[in-house]
Design a protein around this ligand. Structure first.
Ligand code: PMP
Ligand code: GLN
Length: 450
C-alpha cells in the first residue's frame, strides 16, 4: 500500500514538473478502451512461439538452446566492416539507398548466386533485398497468394509460413514428412510421393520448400527435389524456396537449389539470409532471387510497404559476400568453416541428449536438433488440463524447473498433425561450447534423479 502511494506521489510530482498536458492525455488514454475491431485476417494468428518462449527463457534466466541465434561472435572482419562503413565511410552510407536493394549488395548477390542457380541473374530486376528472410517470404506470399488459392506447406515448417498465407487470404494445405526406417537421421524423413501428388490441384498456387529444414535439419536430395519440381511444372505453380541454412551442411551433404533444376528457374523464388550466412541474425537482411517477370511483383509489395532496408548494413553484407567470394571453395571461407565448427557441436549435443534418455534425430543441415523426449520421467499433471500439447507442457516445465530453454516441435506443425510432432522438442546448437556445457551439467544432474 505504502509502495503504491509513493509511486503515485512520484508520478504526480513528475506530472507537475513535466508536460502536464501530455501526461494527462497519456493517463486518460490508459483509463478507457475502444471497441475498434481488428481486421478479420488476424483471426487465429495472434499467438507466436518465439514471443512466448523467448519471454519464458528470459524470465527464468535459462540456458538458451531455444531461439535460433548464435551466441558466439560473427567473424571479426564482418563487424569491422560495418563499423568502418558507418564511422569512416562515405556519408551517403548513412542515407537512403536504392529501394529494391543497395547496388553493391544486389550486384554481389547476382555474382554469387547466378552461377549456383545456373543463370545470369540481373541484379536490378531479379533480386530484392528485404528485412531478413521474413521480408522475402512476406513479399513472395503477398505478391502471389489471394483468396481461393491453396499453398502447400511441408511439415515440419518454419512457423511463419502458415500465418503469412492466411494474411494473404490463401488456404494452407499441409503434408508431413514421415519417418521411414528408424527416423534417427533427418535423411529418414521423407515425403510420400503419392500423398504429395494428391495435394496438387487447380487451386494450388505455390509450394513452400525449406532446405536445409528448420527444425528437422533435412537436406532434400536432388531426386526428392526433382519429384517436387515435376509437380510444380505439371501444375504451373510457384515454388517459394527458403534456403537460409544453405551453407550449414554436415557429413559431406550437398545443397541442391531447386531453382537450378530444369524448368524451375522460371517458377522459383530463392530466399537467403545474411543473418544465417554471417551469424548476424540481428542485422535482419535477407534477399529473394527469381526471374524478372515474377520478381517485379515482389518489388511492388516491397515498394509499397517497407520501401528500403538500412544502407550501412547492406553495404557491410555486400563487402562480406565479396570477401567470401574471394576465398570461395577454400577451407577458410566462412561458408565452410562455420559448418565445420557446428558439426562438432551437433555431435556433442546429440551425445548429451542420448545420455540423458532422449533420442535425437541427427540433422544433415541447419543448426537445430529435434529429440524424442517422450521417455523423460516428468510429472506434468499440473498442466494436464491446459489443453496444450505434451511438448509445449514439457518445454515450459524444463524452462521453469531446470532453467534450460528449448522449443516445442508442434509449433512447426498444423493442428491436424500435432500428434506426429508432440513427442519431440527442438534444441539449437549454434551456441558457445560453454553454453552447451552448462546445459550438459544440468541435464546430467537431472538424469541421476530420474
Ligand atoms: N526461414 C527459416 C527457415 C528460418 O529459420 C528463419 C529464422 N531466422 C527465417 C526464415 C527468417 O530469417 P531472418 O532472420 O533472416 O528473417
Ligand atoms: N529462425 C530462428 C529459429 O527458428 C528464429 C526465429 C524467430 O526468432 N522468429 O529459432
Amino acid at each position: 500500500m505504502r509502495a503504491k502511494t509513493n509511486m503515485a506521489a512520484r508520478a504526480f510530482a513528475l506530472l507537475r514538473h513535466n508536460k502536464l498536458h501530455y501526461s494527462l492525455t497519456t493517463t486518460s488514454r490508459r483509463m478507457t478502451s475502444s471497441n475498434v475491431a481488428p481486421a478479420s485476417r488476424l483471426e487465429g494468428i495472434d499467438k507466436n512461439v518465439w514471443i512466448e518462449f523467448t519471454t519464458l527463457a528470459s524470465q527464468h534466466n535459462a540456458v538458451n538452446l531455444g531461439q535460433g541465434f548464435p551466441d558466439f561472435s560473427p567473424p571479426n572482419y564482418v563487424k569491422e566492416v560495418l563499423s568502418k562503413v558507418v564511422v569512416s565511410g562515405d556519408q551517403m552510407m548513412n542515407q537512403y539507398t536504392r529501394g529494391f536493394g543497395h547496388p553493391r549488395l544486389v550486384e554481389n548477390i547476382s555474382k554469387l548466386f547466378g552461377p549456383l542457380l545456373g543463370v545470369d541473374v540481373d541484379p536490378y530486376k531479379e533480386v530484392l533485398v528485404t528485412v531478413g528472410a521474413y521480408g522475402s517470404l512476406f513479399c513472395s506470399i503477398m505478391a502471389f497468394v489471394q483468396p481461393g488459392d491453396e499453398v502447400i506447406i511441408i511439415e515440419p515448417f518454419f512457423d511463419c509460413y502458415q500465418p503469412m498465407v492466411k494474411l494473404a487470404g490463401g488456404t494452407p494445405r499441409f503434408i508431413p514428412l514421415r519417418a521411414t526406417s528408424s527416423g534417427g537421421s533427418s535423411r529418414d524423413w521423407k515425403l510420400d510421393p503419392d500423398e504429395l501428388k494428391l495435394m496438387f490441384n487447380d487451386k494450388t498456387k505455390a509450394i513452400v520448400l525449406n532446405t536445409p529444414n528448420n527444425p528437422l535439419g533435412k537436406v532434400y536430395s536432388r531426386d526428392e527435389l526433382t519429384m517436387i519440381a515435376e509437380l510444380c511444372i505439371e501444375h504451373d505453380c510457384l515454388c517459394i524456396s527458403d534456403e537460409v541454412y544453405e551453407w550449414l551442411l554436415y557429413e559431406g551433404c550437398t545443397h541442391t537449389r531447386i531453382g537450378s533444376l530444369p524448368g524451375m528457374w522460371e517458377r522459383t523464388i530463392t530466399i537467403g539470409s545474411a543473418g544465417k550466412t554471417f551469424s548476424v541474425t540481428g542485422w535482419k537482411i535477407g534477399w529473394s532471387i527469381g526471374p524478372s517477370n515474377l520478381m517485379k511483383h515482389l518489388h511492388t509489395v516491397s515498394q509499397n510497404s517497407i520501401y528500403n532496408c538500412p544502407t550501412p548494413i547492406q553495404e557491410a553484407v555486400a563487402q562480406g559476400l565479396e570477401h567470401e567470394m574471394s576465398r570461395f571453395g577454400t577451407e577458410d571461407c566462412y561458408f565452410k568453416s562455420l559448418p565445420r565448427e557446428l558439426e562438432v557441436k551437433r555431435d556433442h549435443l546429440a551425445s548429451i541428449l542420448r545420455e540423458v534418455g532422449m533420442e535425437p534425430i541427427l540433422p544433415q543441415g541447419g543448426y537445430f536438433i529435434l529429440a524424442d523426449a517422450s521417455k523423460l520421467k516428468v510429472d506434468l499433471s499440473d498442466s494436464a488440463g491446459s489443453g496444450e500439447n505434451y511438448d509445449y507442457r514439457l518445454v515450459k516445465w524444463i524452462t521453469r524447473n531446470k532453467q534450460v530453454a528449448t522449443i516445442p516441435n508442434s509449433a512447426f506443425y498444423s493442428d491436424e498433425h500435432k500428434d506426429i510432432a508432440e513427442k519431440y522438442i527442438r534444441f539449437c546448437f549454434c551456441k558457445k561450447d560453454e553454453t552447451i556445457d552448462k546445459m550438459e551439467k544440468i541435464f546430467k544432474e537431472w538424469a541421476k534423479t530420474m
